[in-house]
Structures are given as C-alpha cells and as structure tokens.
Design a protein. Structure first.
Lengths: 488, 478
C-alpha cells in the first residue's frame, strides 16, 4: 500500500477502518519527503518531532475511541505565512528567519480541532510577493512535473508538496492568484474562497483587503472537505463574514452542471494567451456544455486595468503591513546599527529581499501626500468598477470559466529579472481578488512538453458550493487527475 | 512703536478612556504595572494579528460627543497613520482621519466669571502608543508597551481661545465633563489627560491667522498656563524684533520654564493616512445613540443652571459646587437632609472645600460625611453652639472623623443660654463700664453693641448672642 498516493478521503477511510495508524501515516510521508524533497524543496520547516508526537497521541486515543473527525490523522503542509504556535513561521524572509509565533492562526486552531497532523511549513515567495517562489530567501521550490520549471507562486511550496505527494493536502494563501496559479502550474486543485469566508487571523498580512486562505488538494472533493473545516465567521477577524457555512461536500452529489449558465469573458481569450492553454480551456468548456451547462459569452470590460489597480492597492497595504518589521520587537535586528535610524534602515535593508523592497517603495509612494488621490484613491474607484463588472456578469450567468494563467509554468529564472512579465502571469487571477469572489483552479490538460494546464471557475460571493459542483462534475468526467508527475 | 498682539489658541486634548480592555484587544488598561506585562500578540503588533473594535470605547466616545453637543457620525472608518517609532509596534497607529466619530460641538465655560463658548471641531477614537524608557548611562533605550493600544479620544477645538486663562478654563470644564461621564480619570500627571495647544499671534483687529506653533510635553494645569504665557512672550518678542515666527513643534521644558524646538515644518511627517483594511466601516445606528443618550448624567453646565434656579444659589456658588461631580453630589445630599441651600453652600465651599484641598481629597471620600456636616449645622441652628465655635471646630471634625456632638461635649463648647448665668455676666459688664452705661442712658443706643461684645468676650464666645441681646435690652431699660 502506497499511502502517499492516496487522496485525503481515501487516507481517512484507511485510518478509520483501522488499516493504518497515524504513526504509519507520518512515517510514510516523511519517508516520501526524504526521497523527493532534495529535488522539490517544497518545505522550509519540517515539524518531524511534533508530528510524530501528535500521531502517537492520536493512535493512543483511537484504541478505545470510535469518534471520527474530518482531518483526524491527516498529514497537512501549511504555507509558511500562516502562524503556527511553537513552529517557525518565516514568510520565506530573512526578516522572520527565527520567528516562532506564540499563537495559532484561526485556521490552524480549526485544523487542530479536527485532529490534523502538521508535517511542515512550505516555501513561498517572500511575504507571498511573487508568482514563482523564486523570491524566497531560502531558495526556490521546483515544479514536480519538470524540475527546470517553477511551481508557480506564491504558494508554490504548498502546490509542489501536494503534487509531489509530500503531504496529503495543504493550505495556501491567495492575494492575486497565489493559490490558483501554483495549483495550475503543478496540476493540482486550488480554491480561493470568497473574501471573508475564511478568517485571516494569523495569516501574515501582505495586502489585507485581498488576502484569503484556501486549500490546495489532490482533487476537488478534498478541497470541499478542507473548506468545511476552515470556513466560517471568526470574532477575531472583523472582515470575516458572519454568513452560515454549508456542508460543501454536499455540492459533490450531482455530477453535472445542468441548469447552470456558464459565462466566458471575451477579454480573457485575447492576445497573450498561449494557444495550447486556449485549446485546453475551450475543450473544457465543451465538456461543461456536454455536462448540461449553457455556455454564454460575457464581457468584463475593466479586465485590462486590473493589474495596474492591483499593484497600487496591494503595494499600498503592504507598505503599511510590513512597517512592523523594524528590529524593535522580534525578528531580525541588524548588528551593524549605531543609532535608531540606522537600526531601522539596516534591519530592513538586510531583512527584505528585492521584490519586497520594490513593493514597499511603490506602496509608500502611492500613499504619499499629493499622490494619494491620483493613485490609491483612483485605484479604489476602479476596484469598485471591476466589482460591478462581475456583478453585472453574474446577473446573466451562474459561473464564469477562464484560464488560470496565460501559459503553462515557465522556466526557473525566465522572468525573475523582469518584474512586469512576472506580474502578467497573474492577469487572469487578479480581478477575482479585487472583486472578492470565490474561484477554483483545477487541471484541464497538459502542454506538449508535459506541463499541466489549469482551468479557473469563478462564482458569486459565498457561492463556493456552485463552484465546487461544476469543478467536481468536470473533474469526474475527465481523467486529468489520474496523471501524476514522475520526479526526476 | 510696538504693536499690540492677540493670541489665537486651539487645543488638542488626548483623553485616555477608562475602558476595561484596550481599543483593539482584550488586554487590561491599568496604569503603572511592570513593563510589558499588560500586552498580547495584538498590542505587540506581531505578524498576522488583527484588531477588533472595542464597543465600550465607541460608547464612551458617543457619550462624550453628546456631552460636547457634537453630531455623532453614523458611518465611521478607521484609518492608519503611518510612522516609525519604537513605541509604535505596528509602524502605524489606528486612528480616525476623514471621518471622526464626533464633529461640530461646543463647551461652555466661565472665564473670570464671564461665560464663553469654545467650539469643538472634532473628536476621534484612536489607540495610544507605548513609552520609550531612556536609562541614563545606557547606550540603549527600552520600550514599554503596556500603554500601547489603550483607547484615546482626541478632542480638537477651533482656535477660539485668546489667553492662557481661557485655555485653562476650557480645559477644566472639559475635564469636569469627562469626569462626570466617568469616561476619563482626568489625571494629567499620569498622562490620562494630555493637552497640546497650538498658538499664533496676530495684531489686534486683524482677521487672518499668524504662523502657528504647536506645544507638547505639558502635563499639568500649571504648566499649561506657564507654557502658553512663555510662548506668547517669546512670539511677541520675535515679532517686535521684526522677525517672523517659524512654524514648528516646540517642547515645554518645565524645569527651565521655556519652550524649545522639537521639529520644524520641514521635518513634519507625511503620515500616509489610508483606511485600515483590517476593520470594516463602523456603522452607528441612531437607535444606539438614543439608547446612550438615556444613560447621560446631568452635566456640569446643566447642573449649575439648576443649582441657581432650584436652590436659589448665586452663579458663582453653583459654578464652584458643580465643578466636580462628587462635590455637587455632596452638596445636594446635605440639602436633601437639611434644606437651606445657601447655608449649606457656604459651608461646603468654605470650610469643607478648604480641608479637601489641603488634604487632596475628593468630596466622595470626605471624612466628614454629609450627615455629620448636617449634624453640625443643626447644632448651630438650635443654638447649641455658636456659628463661630462651629467654624472653629470644623478642622478637628475633619481630622478626627468624630461626631460633632461629641466634640462639642468634650470641649465644653455648648452655647450658654440660661438666663441666670447670662444675667450675672451682664451685671458684671455693666458694673465695669459705668461711662458707657451713662452714654446709653443718655440716649446713645448704639452702645448696646459694645455691651453685647463684652458679654460675648466674657463668655469665651459661648454665650447665645440673641439671648444676650434680649436680656441686655431688658436690663438697660429697667
């Protein structure tokens, strides 16, 4: 029995049937990690001792305990910008290279409450700023389908770990596509919930009005299982919504999309879209049509300004969110400083990488006196228009289907010297964050060189059920999920 | 020839709200705990933490706004004020910028017994910073974040004040209101009430405003006056010498009694305010405001007016008595037991207030309870003791906490009213003063006063003056 190849639900069954113990699960996964991790580099920290201790304790309990919990004994990987009490949380930054939070993020407390096992903390672009994990202070992760390619980002470590069977499932965070884009690159499923659906408490903030935590899994059903656990109102996060949480696994009963209207935004199938990607997405639309969906052309006219809008708002918020890393209280403090001003400057100079510095400078500039209205004020106004585009489209359709990114995964080093090219890889995912709506990314094919291609399905706010239903129907009607990478 | 200048002064007051918990986390708000023991990941600004608005702080702000006759804004947004300082853990302060919770109010005060209305521009909620601690001889400073995150209400006036007297009067009235509402303990020395005046001069008669200087580091009423008076003199001198006042922030140096430059206009921060994306807009429903309006205590100015109309007190008495809620409560308690508001007022404003001030005690903790004071007043009323004796024994009453009856009895201070004793004293006095007696008998009746005085003196002040008068007249007529 090869445990690491199982989905979360399959592994859960084996554990509850008594076919396997939590200790064996942990053992199997660390064995797998030891085999492939030198090539993939998905993890920043492996929580081996605590995972083993948790597994032992769980096995003891299971001896005379018949209760089951959705994540009991499930070995998960957590993106390293989500705080885990007592376990290093670095954000892939030298600034927090030694930071051990004294508290759990709300999502972690919820996972704990359902008996999960923390295998480790996964790699990301520093403070989630990037699309390739190449901005990690601890080196890039690799794409399990081809080690010369990036796994996407910023949740590249989580996506690579799931694709390489180094965990059964993972959590990522998505500010402009950071769950969906790496999921597409790595051929796995990534769900960005509605803004406010999942608590942000304990997620180290990049851009507070855009950040959202979500699952990265081997299939759609596993995403529903994880979302069931992490979704819901949190009094510690005033931006989390007090909206009731359905059982998302019930959305998986129907294996069709009958009576659903599916919008195809013409602006997403324009110049810059790789033909292989377009072909795969169009084929997926045909499939959805066969499954009972009505395909309708829609327009999202503001699409062209989404990236500019995003880079004003996200960097402005980031410049403020990252001000706390000043060397006073925790994290890095430069040893070279002779006075307070030097302590600030040298600490931030040594602690942050180039992309983080670039975004702090951009954001500081756009919030400055005399520029605020022209940049931040204007960007907020455009954001409202982008949201209205989606509101209008969702008057006509129930779902919108698009590519996740314009190309399959790119090569390591290909875009790192050209930030604008890098930013463009998020062109299809960014609007979703600005509008605050839910979206899922799942495999819909492979390029000629064997790299996965992702399909994105967008829904109305708090309509994750409909998104999951369509994703599941498509997934079950196709065989993409059975193709697994050979790591070499 | 020197021009006469007029000072134009506005005030920013930071009032620490007496909430149970901090503005955005559950930490307590106690003053003076050992460093960094009143902190949590939220007020330490750790990565990933989020603020949650304290409802009690919002309620206190609304109640203060109502007391200051402000409009309460229904749509509130918190903003981030970005700047680097070691006592500011997040690198920004959560405050309100474009949309303050309270706007357009006023405070009525008395300046040298003349009423004056000071306009309130706005009052907004924000969180306090921590404190840097500079250890002498050490190359490093330390930071104490116990205070970080305690809710503040920043109350900003229009530039309506023209003298240090007006500023002190306004500040006292504002403090009275905050203390009446029990939203701030008003302690300037401990920093729970901080004031930052801004001041400019202009030639008398001119409408436009001169260049403004902001003053910081003022932590008592005395320093408010001294700093303003110093700054008025300094700016006057600068202008008289034909130079111009620089726009800057100056620190009050209490030891030297001067203000010194802290930072100039060029060094002013760009705070890069923007709406805090971690907090959703705060909607204050009118129902909530009306609910809170019902909980408002009677405020100093209303109570003062009522003391005049209901108790028939002079404006001045009413003003003094209502300047502190415990003192006004004390007064009304006594009146309820005894009546005679003016008599009670004289005692409370005179004997009691003097002792309270000398011992730095609030009327709420007076060792002489309203019941005890009324007992003393009754002893005077039924002529058991003279007014003079009653006044003389008050300090003892205050210091010992004994019952007045007890002190009178112990000291043998009971007023002498029995006719036999008094007649004997009168006879003695008349016998010793034959010349005056002759004058009286000769028709000079004002000599009666002289005899009364002599009898009182002979009795050691204990003789009942009314009785003495009555008996003397009888004797002299006979």
């Amino acid at each position: 029995m090869v445990l690491h190849k199982l989905t979360l639900r399959e592994l859960q069954d084996k554990l509850t049937q008594g076919e396997v113990s939590a200790r064996e699960i942990v053992h199997a996964y660390y064995l797998r990690i030891s085999q492939v991790e030198p090539k993939i580099k998905a993890y920043i920290t492996q929580a081996v001792d605590s995972a083993r201790a948790q597994a032992e304790a769980l096995d003891q309990k299971l001896k005379n305990w018949r209760r089951t919990m959705p994540l009991m004994g499930m070995p998960l990987a957590i993106k390293d910008n989500i705080c885990t009490e007592g376990v290093l949380t670095t954000c892939a930054s030298r600034m927090l290279g030694t930071f051990v939070p004294p508290y759990d993020a709300t999502v972690i407390a919820r996972l704990r409450g359902q008996g999960y096992l923390l295998l480790g903390k996964t790699n990301l672009d520093e403070f989630a700023m990037g699309s390739s994990t190449e901005n990690s202070a601890f080196g890039p992760s690799r794409n399990p389908w081809n080690l010369g390619y990036v796994p996407g980002g910023s949740s590249g470590g989580s996506a690579a770990a799931v694709a390489a069977d180094e965990c059964v499932a993972a959590l990522g965070s998505d500010t402009g596509g950071s769950i969906r884009q790496p999921a597409a690159c790595c051929g796995v499923v990534g769900l960005k919930p509605t803004y406010g659906r999942v608590s942000r408490y304990g997620l180290v903030a990049f851009a507070s009005s855009l950040d959202q935590i979500g699952p990265i899994t081997k299939d759609v059903a596993d995403a529903a299982v994880l979302l069931n656990v992490i979704a819901g109102h949190d009094p510690q996060d005033s931006t989390s919504a007090d909206v009731s949480v359905p059982d998302y696994t019930r959305a998986l009963k129907k294996k069709d999309v009958k009576k659903l209207k599916i919008g195809v935004p013409r602006e997403y199938f324009a110049e810059g879209l790789d033909p292989e990607v377009e072909q795969a997405v169009r084929a997926a639309l045909d499939q959805l049509n066969e499954l009972g969906g009505e395909i309708i052309d829609v327009s999202l006219p503001m699409t062209g300004v989404a990236i500019a809008t995003y880079y004003v708002i996200a960097t402005a918020e980031a410049s403020s969110n990252l001000a706390r890393y000043d060397g006073v209280k925790y994290g890095l403090r430069s040893k070279q400083a002779k006075d307070l001003l030097e302590m600030y400057m040298k600490t931030r100079q040594e602690g942050f990488g180039p992309e983080v510095k670039r975004r702090i400078m951009l954001g500081t500039y756009t919030l400055s006196a005399g520029y605020y209205e022209a940049y931040y004020g204007k960007a907020q106004a455009v954001r409202t228009l982008i949201r209205r585009d989606f509101d209008a489209a969702f008057q006509e359709v129930d779902l919108i289907v698009t590519p996740v990114m314009p190309t399959p995964a790119f090569k390591l080093g290909e875009k790192i010297e050209d930030p604008l090219q890098m930013y463009l890889s998020d062109i299809y995912t960014i609007s979703v964050n600005l509008a605050g709506i839910p979206a899922i990314s799942l495999p819909c094919g492979f390029s000629k060189v064997g790299l996965p291609i992702g399909l994105q399905i967008l829904g109305r706010p708090f309509q994750e059920e409909t998104v999951l239903r369509a994703a599941y129907a498509y997934e079950q009607a196709t065989n993409w999920r059975t193709r697994r990478p050979t790591i070499r | 020839m020197n021009v006469a200048y007029e000072a134009v002064i506005g005030l920013e007051v930071h009032a620490q709200l007496r909430t149970q918990a901090k503005m955005f986390c559950a930490c307590g708000t106690t003053f003076g705990l050992s460093a960094n023991t009143q902190t949590c990941p939220i007020c330490l600004g750790m990565p990933g933490i989020l603020p949650v608005i304290n409802r009690q702080a919002v309620e206190m702000a609304i109640r203060t706004g109502l007391a200051l006759s402000c409009t309460i804004r229904s749509q509130n947004r918190f903003a981030r004020k970005n700047y680097f300082y070691p006592d500011l853990p997040k690198g920004y302060q959560i405050s309100q910028y474009e949309a303050p919770i309270c706007e357009h109010g006023w405070v009525e005060t008395y300046v040298n017994r003349v009423p004056k209305r000071i306009q309130i521009r706005r009052a907004h909620l924000e969180e306090d910073a921590g404190k840097n601690i500079h250890v002498s001889g050490s190359s490093h400073s330390r930071v104490d974040l116990n205070r970080a995150g305690i809710p503040l209400l920043e109350i900003v006036t229009e530039p309506d004040m023209r003298s240090a007297d007006e500023v002190v009067a306004y500040l006292k009235s504002l403090r009275d209101i905050l203390m009446y509402l029990e939203v701030c303990d008003g302690n300037m020395e401990e920093g729970s009430l901080r004031c930052e005046p801004n001041l400019s001069l202009r030639p008398v008669g001119q409408q436009g405003l001169g260049t403004k200087v902001e003053l910081k580091n003022i932590n008592s009423f005395k320093f408010v006056r001294e700093a303003l008076e110093y700054e008025i003199k300094r700016q006057t001198k600068v202008l008289d010498e034909g130079r111009s006042v620089q726009q800057e922030t100056r620190l009050w140096d209490a030891e030297k009694g001067v203000t010194v430059t802290m930072r100039s206009k060029e060094d002013a921060h760009d705070y890069r305010y923007f709406p805090d994306p971690d907090l959703v807009p705060l909607h204050i429903a009118q129902d909530w405001v009306e609910e809170l309006r019902k909980t408002m205590p009677e405020l100093p100015s209303a109570r003062q007016k009522r003391f005049v109309t209901e108790h028939g007190l002079p404006d001045y008495d009413a003003g003094v008595l209502t300047s502190s809620k415990p003192l006004a409560d004390y007064f009304e308690h006594c009146v309820k037991l005894f009546g005679q508001p003016k008599t009670v007022s004289n005692w409370v404003m005179g004997e009691l207030l003097r002792e309270l001030k000398n011992t730095g005690t609030s009327a709420a903790n007076s060792p002489v309870s309203p019941e005890r004071l009324v007992s003393l007043l009754r002893l005077v009323e039924d002529r058991t003791v003279s007014l003079k004796v009653a006044r003389e024994i008050f300090p003892e009453l205050y210091a010992s906490g004994k019952a007045p009856e007890h002190i009178v009895k112990e000291g043998g201070l009971t007023q002498v009213s029995d006719e036999a004793s008094l007649e004997k004293m009168i006879d003695d006095v008349l016998a010793k003063n034959p010349a005056q007696l002759a004058q009286y008998r000769g028709g000079k009746e004002e000599v009666l006063g002289f005899f009364v005085g002599q009898v009182m003196k002979a009795s050691g002040g204990k003789a009942n003056p009314g009785k003495v008068n009555e008996l003397l007249k009888k004797k002299l007529a006979g």
